[in-house]
Design a binder for this molecule. Sequence first.
Ligand code: NDP
Length: 251
Amino acid sequence: MSTEEPKSYQPPKQCLQDRVILITGAGSGIGRTAALSCAAQGATVILLGRTVEKLEAVYDEIEQAGSPTPAIYPLCLEGASEQDYQTLATTVEQEFGPLHGLLHNAGLLGQRTTIANYQAQIWQQVMQVNLNAQFLLTKSLLPVMKTADDAAILFTSSGVGRQGRPFWGAYAVSKFATEGLAQVLAGELDEVSNIRVNCLNPGATRTPMRAVAYPAEDPGTLFSPEQIMPAYLYLLGPDSKGISGQSFDAQ
Ligand code: NDP
């Protein structure tokens, strides 16, 4: 497969069998669908998020589908300390052993306003969830990913993380930084580990966040989260082995 084609990947049955994959923001939107899809492909999924009821609903759906039993890890990425991430890493290592996949999906939209009007507190909140939490989570989980024979870290980017646009404030800046973090990390892990690191821009997708960002838009015109899953399954699974440090579009 060419590296240009994650979006047209046709996942073979059970392409994530025997893999353990942690997904942030797994309770709704793209994260929820990624959790269901990874589980349907045989992965044991660790559902991380801040709203336990939403995670429980996803857990139940996975169980009902007959997929491998997932795990729930409640964590608020805004308030979590470095120690909290360390505790998470220890738990993952003890309960699951090697971690094969890490999908940084959770995100906050923040304000849609000018830089001149942007509230400093919301700026920090968005940077904390969309960027700093990714750094802390990645740092804590690297050791347990290094013990896997093959592992993938996937960051979630955005169109406004590649070309700045007015009124996207901290969200856009956090996505630029995410692309940078992925590039730095990919270079550091290249040839000294079995971990590959890539970025994926979902593109306009029918989720609660998109509805807030574009209230006047007809959601029926958008891709569903299910439609963008091929790229996620490709970049998290064994078929993308050897591909690292790149940024892709899911649509
Ligand atoms: P949603 O708002 O539907 O989902 C975001 C998820 O992040 C939710 O599960 C939410 O949890 C979780 N989250 C937010 N804050 C925290 C926190 N402090 N701690 C833990 N979890 C948190 O958005 P999408 O599914 O649309 O977005 C998923 C990713 O895709 C994001 O990174 C977004 O930036 C990106 N993206 C989306 C696009 C789109 O068109 N939808 C386009 C480009 C990029 P809870 O539900 O409990 O609040």
